[in-house]
Design a protein around this ligand. Structure first.
Ligand code: ADP
Ligand code: MG
Length: 684
């Protein structure tokens, strides 16, 4: 496969002829660091110079190619004034303007009386069309050379398009024809071209990028497979190590269970069994627990924690935010109250005095359960015998971080991640293939329904009585707006403006929360809401994380069509956590299309997060789905979970038939798609 000959692809970009310090700096802004990175940045569209326009059909602001006759020069003898050449076709005129040019040059490229082809952006100035510093000029007899289709890249300012194109052209030319990580049969069977041909086609497009073309699909497939390979080798390295089995008699977990005022659902029981098996096994647990908000993940994590503590190990529980850490801490203290163990909380706000005490308690093993934020995994925090790490809202952590955590825990450490972000099944393996998966589908039975209403904005007055009534019964309200502040461009409600209105209606009862506040300020307001000093919280979507406000039972969402369905579903999950009937009121502008209304109605029909995620995916594509940004899907530049669903499945199939020793044939593939950092992480 001609590996060595193609190793230039993985060298630094400055190894290319023509890339000096300045170009390198520009390219780095585009995150082009290695030679192959040039190839992964596909042209997003084309400039079509194959069509010759007439002057009278020109559109201002567009790039056009003209065939004209050179009729007159105007060379002003005053410095700084540009040279001008007047050209014409039929009876129409266009001015070609040159700044910083020499008369001799102009006379040479645009000889009077000759037919020429000129290409550039069309402007209009003093009632004349003009092109300033044209991109191309050729004599008409050289037409073939100029009138082509050019790829258009999203260049950083300062990069010359012609140079950039020729760089790419040279790199592709230097790839050997037979260089590929796939066998010929495989390519043929899937209608894929070889790597060189694929790249050549994609970088010399005849039309706009087409994600259904065989060439594009091949890159998407490459990328999916690279991701899978890396996750699976991570999985392998985690699995290959053995740990000491955890030995316990369920004494602690039984005490906890007895304190629960409810029975576990069947799904919860099944998951608990898997956790049990993992803990008692010689293989390390590396498990993802997925379940909708409120499906009862956290209580399971605590039950497993109780078992681990009984077996003599310490447990670390990591939450994504300070306030969530506090809630888990409060819950843990209650749950574990009949077992005499030491529980502590460590966050960015922990005083240095307390921090010192906690460090000691961790080191001498007296603290059994530590709950906190990222601070738990600072270098200076050392446990005496950590046996279990629980990560809440796992989607905030990428694969890298998962691997790092696993290492931090040491050889005997089991890892449980929890996530409420439903990931469509097709993508599961490609994003979380390094982990085992448990899903909680069933919701606890005692849940009160959330009544979901769709209302046009102009009927907002209909909801005030409902809100007043709930407030008088000591309930609380979330009021969500898409924007922080009013915008000239977007006609959406903003939290700041809405707060002004609500404050007048409900003085002394309302608060404002949005992403521009710093974390401390945010937490302060959330604590106030928790303590019910605030009854109506006007906010942006910052309230999304899994915080429990048991008395909040109404959520109003403005411009609801602006959000993804999954996001709306997660927002809706902020209420209905207590024993009261709850309401989700989705407001929309009156002129909403039938389709948009149909989309929102899906939420009225179902409360199943997985189903909603699939619908969302069908309608909007992956970019919008909540949590995907953080979940690892952002690492995909080419692959798209809806339109390349078959490729995700194909990759799974290919991997299944692959031998471990085949993996090394794909080293270049993994490097090509930059999964290499991961590989290093795993190998260390
Ligand atoms: P998640 O972490 O999945 O959002 P939690 O474990 O925090 O869910 O549970 C949400 C709420 O439901 C908690 O108050 C918890 O005590 C309660 N709960 C958990 N499991 C059950 C169950 N089987 N029946 C009734 N309530 C439950
Ligand atoms: Mg939770």
């Amino acid at each position: 496969m001609n590996k060595n000959k193609n190793s230039f692809l993985f060298k630094d970009i400055s190894s290319l002829k023509g890339v000096g310090k300045i170009t390198k700096a520009y390219l780095e802004k585009k995150r082009i660091e290695k030679v192959k990175d040039l190839l992964c940045d596909l042209p997003h569209s084309i400039i079509d110079r194959s069509k010759i326009s007439k002057i009278k059909e020109l559109e201002i602001g567009k790039i056009a190619t003209l065939k004209v006759k050179v009729s007159k020069y105007n060379f002003p003898r005053i410095r700084n004034l540009p040279n001008k050449v007047i050209c014409s076709d039929n009876d129409n005129k266009i001015n070609i303007i040159f700044f910083n040019s020499f008369e001799g040059y102009i006379r040479k490229v645009l000889p009077i009386g000759k037919d020429v082809i000129i290409s550039g952006k069309i402007h209009y100035y003093k009632k004349n069309y003009q092109i300033t510093n044209p991109t191309y000029i050729r004599l008409a007899e050289q037409k073939a050379e100029l009138t082509k289709i050019f790829p258009k890249y999203s260049l950083t300012e300062g990069l010359n398009e012609k140079i950039y194109r020729s760089l790419i052209h040279n790199v592709i030319n230097n790839i050997s024809h037979d260089y590929d990580w796939y066998k010929k049969d495989f390519l043929k069977k899937n209608n894929f071209n070889r790597l060189k041909t694929t790249l050549n086609n994609l970088h010399n497009p005849v039309k706009k990028i087409d994600i259904f073309s065989n060439d594009y699909r091949r890159l998407a497939y490459d990328e999916i497979l690279a991701n899978l390979l890396v996750l699976l080798s991570s999985r392998k390295s985690v699995r290959s190590a053995t740990k000491s089995k955890k030995i316990y008699q369920d004494k602690f977990s039984k005490i906890l269970l007895n304190n629960f005022p409810y029975n576990l659902t069947n799904d919860q029981k099944l998951v608990l069994k898997s956790l049990d098996q993992d803990l008692k096994s010689e293989k390390r647990m590396f498990r993802l627990l997925q379940g909708d908000v409120g499906s009862g993940k956290t209580v399971l994590a605590f039950l497993a924690a109780a078992n681990v503590i009984e077996s003599g190990y310490q447990v670390a529980f990591m939450a994504p935010t300070e306030i969530l850490a506090n809630q888990h801490f409060d819950q843990a203290k209650k749950l574990f109250s009949s077992i005499n163990i030491k529980i502590e909380i460590l966050t960015g706000n922990t005083s240095s005095k307390n921090k010192k005490k906690i460090k000691l308690g961790l080191a001498d093993g007296s603290i059994k359960l530590l709950i906190g934020t990222h601070s738990l995994f600072q270098k200076k925090i050392d446990f005496s015998n950590l046996g279990f790490i629980i990560i809440d809202e796992q989607h905030k952590f990428g694969v890298n971080q998962r691997v790092r955590l696993a290492k931090k825990g040491g050889d005997n450490c089991d890892i449980l991640s929890m996530s409420a972000t439903p990931i469509p099944r097709t993508m599961m393996l490609s994003i979380f293939g390094d982990m085992d998966l448990s899903i909680l589908k069933e919701k606890p039975k005692n849940r009160k329904n959330i009544i979901t209403l769709l209302k046009p904005e102009n009927k907002i007055s209909e909801i005030w009585p409902l809100i007043k009534k709930q407030l008088s019964e000591d309930k609380q309200v979330f009021w969500v707006c898409p924007l922080i502040d009013d915008s000239k461009k977007l006609n959406y409600s903003s939290a700041i403006k809405k707060f002004e209105i609500i404050k007048k209606k409900f003085p002394n009862e309302s608060g404002l929360l949005h992403g521009s506040l710093d974390n401390q300020e945010k937490d302060k307001i959330l604590f106030k809401f928790l303590k019910k000093e605030i009854k109506i919280l006007v906010s942006t979507t910052v309230i999304e994380v899994g915080i429990n406000f048991p008395d909040a039972n109404i959520i109003v969402i403005e411009n609801s069509n602006k959000f993804g369905l999954s996001q709306l579903h997660q927002l809706r999950g902020r209420v209905g956590r207590g024993i009261h009937e709850s309401y989700c009121i989705m407001l929309y502008k009156n002129n909403l299309s039938q389709n948009a209304k149909k989309r929102l109605k899906i939420l009225r029909k179902t409360n199943d997060g997985f189903l909603i995620a699939d619908e969302d995916l069908k309608i909007r594509g992956h970019g919008d789905i909540l949590g995907f940004q953080q979940s690892g899907i952002k690492d995909f530049r080419f692959a798209d979970p809806i339109h390349h669903k078959d490729l995700f499945l194909l990759a799974e199939k290919q991997i299944k038939n692959m031998n471990i020793k085949d993996f090394k044939n794909y080293e270049d593939l993994i490097n090509f798609y930059d999964r290499v950092n991961l590989v290093n992480d795993i190998a260390n």
